[in-house]
Design a protein around this ligand. Structure first.
Ligand SMILES: [Zn+2]
Length: 194
């Protein structure tokens, strides 16, 4: 497996890097991304590829379920650095279809950390289940998952707005927050409005 990665890098270096040497050399001087991307770790949802942006364009934090935890130093540090030093102007919370974290909300899992982590998204499932009648058909189940995935984006944006430094940045008008949903069925990215 590692050979495949190294071989891929060789191709990247000999083609993409060499053909755009000035661009990549310029990145040595520093980064100036304007967007902080908070997305799911899912291997199928690759932020740069699905948005067509370049290296240096987005500052990325990914975790299982595109969650904005309220007590997490890793997340808080990424956000603090992005706001205070990179001076990003926009934060994106991106969820997606077929999200394993959302599916896991319906399962009894006894892994030590997964079950605790996804509790950060449980309110999204409860909101949808309180509004909808139980899904029976395969189509209804798919629709329900999609609704929970989208509700989870809104929930995590609410969590994000609870962070004092985010609250302050929104108040001063220096950042805007957006929800995005990536659909694996057709590759589209749509805006989720609150
Ligand atoms: Zn996911």
């Amino acid at each position: 497996m590692i050979d495949q990665l190294l071989e891929g890098n060789k191709i990247f270096q000999e083609n993409e890097y060499k053909n755009n040497k000035d661009f990549y050399r310029n990145l040595v001087l520093g980064q100036n991304p304007k967007i902080l991307w908070l997305g799911c770790s899912d291997s199928r949802v690759t932020p740069e590829r699905i948005t067509g942006v370049n290296a240096g364009d987005i500052f990325v934090h990914r975790n299982i379920g595109n969650i904005v935890p309220t007590h997490d130093w890793n997340f808080a540090t990424v956000t603090e650095y992005a706001i205070n030093y990179l001076k990003i102007t926009d934060i994106v919370v991106c969820g997606h279809s077929q999200c394993g974290a959302i599916r896991a909300l319906d399962q009894d899992i006894d892994d030590a950390y997964l079950s605790l982590w996804i509790n950060n998204a449980r309110a999204a499932k409860e909101t949808i289940d309180s509004m909808e009648k139980p899904a029976v058909t395969e189509e209804e189940r798919k629709e329900r998952s999609c609704k929970i995935e989208k509700e989870n984006i809104k929930l995590q944006i609410r969590h994000l707005k609870e962070y004092p430094l985010v609250k302050k940045a929104i108040k001063s008008g220096s950042i805007k927050i957006h929800g995005l949903y990536y659909n694996l069925y057709d590759g589209t990215l749509t805006e989720i409005l609150d």
